[in-house]
Design a protein around this ligand. Structure first.
Ligand code: NAD
Length: 257
């Protein structure tokens, strides 16, 4: 018995990285998975490996309104219904605030923010028709603490958290739970893994960068019945980065004690 037996979940950005791990884990937990991405060759190969009875790949640019009805139709055609969505697709651009071209800001918000909005908007009626379901939106620790050079990314990911709360309120009566996950640094093609690994050894209490499977397991929790009374929340998966300021440990007793 898997925790997602009988479920049909669409995962965006599923060709690689965290989305790929979510698709693989969900399939292992009994779900039928629709993998959506713009990297057709990679996404198609993952779906093929999982098998036609379990997974289907669809081309979906999440920021393109017209792509969503086709992706939803493909899910229903393949598996009869749709009762889960993971809005995982995202892009990152680094630039100082004063150097960020407005087009770059707009490009990041188109995928991360508009893409999440369009996904919830297109899929929520299907989840309601299926008698309820789950949406998990992938935000970031950048939505919760300032990180230099990430103005556009942080803005888009903060918007994802804000929309998650509003959607949770509006959709609760339909039996739809909406939550978010805020990963810290995760070892995927999105980031420079070598530089990030060195940085994380120094800065993160757990002394290492995160693995995509670790985020996938949190997304699984928010999709499965284990989180049946959780909605409108975000879960931080960051090895302790946001827990506080890492200072050298001082083991001396204070003079007054
Ligand atoms: P990744 O770059 O490996 O994967 C992102 C996926 O999204 C890719 O497959 C890409 O093709 C797809 N994608 C990009 N634009 C798309 C579009 N317009 N339509 C559909 N698919 C599109 O990176 P990842 O780390 O796996 O990222 C997954 C999510 O996690 C993203 O939302 C990202 O912002 C978030 N995140 C990542 C980190 C990190 O350190 N890696 C940290 C916090 C949050």
């Amino acid at each position: 018995m898997g925790t997602l037996d009988g479920r049909v979940v669409l995962v965006t950005g599923a060709a690689r990285g965290q989305g790929e791990q979510e698709a693989r884990l969900f399939a292992a937990e009994g779900a039928k998975v629709v993998l959506a991405d713009v990297l057709d060759e990679q996404g198609g190969a993952v779906a093929k490996e999982l098998g036609p009875g379990v997974a289907r790949y669809v081309h979906l640019d999440v920021g393109e309104e017209a792509d969503w009805p086709a992706a939803v139709a493909a899910a229903k055609e393949a598996f009869g219904a749709l009762d889960g969505l993971v809005n995982n697709a995202g892009i990152l651009r680094r630039n100082l605030l004063v150097d960020t071209p407005p087009q770059e800001f707009t490009e990041v918000c188109r995928v991360n923010q508009l893409g999440t909005f369009l996904g919830m908007r297109a899929v929520a009626p299907e989840l309601a028709a299926a008698g309820g379901g789950t949406i998990v939106n992938v935000s970031s620790y950048a939505a919760l603490a300032g990180l230099a050079s990430l103005t556009s990314y942080a803005a888009s990911k903060a918007a994802v958290l804000a929309m998650t709360r509003v959607a949770a309120l509006e959709l609760a009566a339909e039996g739809i739970r909406v939550n978010a996950v805020c990963p810290g640094g995760v070892d995927t093609p999105m980031i420079d893994a070598e530089r990030a690994a060195a940085l994380h050894r120094k800065l993160v209490p757990m002394g290492r960068i995160g693995r995509p499977e670790e985020v996938a397991r949190t997304v699984l929790y928010l999709t499965a019945e284990d989180s049946s009374y959780v909605t409108g929340q975000h879960v931080v998966v960051d090895g302790g980065w946001l827990a506080g300021m890492p200072l050298p440990v001082d083991t001396r007793r204070s003079p007054s004690s």
